[in-house]
Design a protein around this ligand. Structure first.
Ligand code: KIV
Length: 272
């Protein structure tokens, strides 16, 4: 979508108002200034400071180790890059599971760090916390389906909503979140037909990841797109570059130059 005129940044209401547009929304994760600059230069619509940070950047096996401090620092780095995209920050595990007041206090830290909205995982059971955040004027993006913070309860990273009863609950959760005021919903790891049904049923944009092509937008993890997340990626990822290999090649060439005395050259040195 076109960024607003006059240099202003995209807002949650702008994204909400995009529902019904034939142009898909594009969201990508970013965790620091370089990834935020690349996302901005690419002209995406939204930047998600995802708690995938824990797995992609910090080397944890899941997102459960990510803290509010981690998200605060990453959000600050992304926001300081001065992008006009809407910055959405994930509320990490346990930051919104211990009462509404704690959730609002944690969201406030993320907003003060530079978030223009927060995202949290879960359906109808999150209503009180969603309401408290909206009452505190914080825009909320929902996240349904394969919600990585539920990895233990789900018994692994598994596609959700395959069974008819699960699918029914997911549609109902999506409607509940949208009616409660969430401005958009991420649908992760669900059958394409179910994502299409949710997209038809809710008045807010759906943004899919591993949810087929009928959502109102798509999101992927930055490092998966550019080939900087190791050899194994989920089936829904399409790689557009091989930066991990390119970076290793560049470093190996530089190391060779150092060892052979070709680096630094005269031009790369200062003289008195
Ligand atoms: O943390 C994250 O990167 C996410 C996306 C995968 C939607 O939540």
């Amino acid at each position: 979508m076109t960024l607003p005129p006059g240099g202003r940044a995209l807002t949650a209401p702008d994204v909400r108002a995009h529902k019904g547009s034939p142009e898909p929304l594009v969201m990508v994760t970013a965790y620091d200034a370089p990834t935020a600059r690349a996302a901005a230069a690419a002209g995406v619509d939204l930047v998600l400071v995802g708690d995938s940070l824990g797995m992609v950047v910090l080397g944890y096996p899941d997102t459960l180790h990510v803290t509010v401090e981690d998200m605060e620092r990453a959000t600050g780095a992304v926001a300081r890059s001065g992008l006009r995209q809407l910055v959405v920050t994930d509320m990490p595990w346990t930051s919104y599971h211990q009462g509404e007041a704690a959730a609002v206090a944690n969201a406030a830290r993320l907003v003060r760090a530079g978030a223009g909205a927060v995202k949290l995982e879960g359906g109808a059971k999150r209503l009180p916390v969603v309401q408290a955040l909206l009452d505190a004027e914080v825009p909320v993006m929902g996240h349904l389906g394969l919600t990585p913070q539920s990895v233990m309860a789900m018994g692994g990273f598994k596609v959700q909503g395959k069974a008819a009863d699960e699918a029914k609950v997911l549609v109902s959760d999506a409607i509940t979140l949208a009616e409660s005021g969430c401005f958009a919903l991420v649908l992760e790891g669900v059958p394409a037909e179910l994502a299409a049904e949710v997209t038809r049923c809710v008045p807010v944009p759906t943004i899919g990841i591993g949810a087929g092509g009928s959502c109102d937008g798509q999101v992927l993890v930055f490092h998966d797109i550019v080939g900087w997340s190791g050899p194994r990626v989920p089936r829904f990822v399409r790689r557009y570059a091989d930066l991990e290999v390119r970076a290793a090649e560049a470093l190996a060439t530089w190391a060779g130059d150092v060892r052979s005395g070709r680096f630094p050259s005269e031009q790369e040195a200062y003289r008195a």
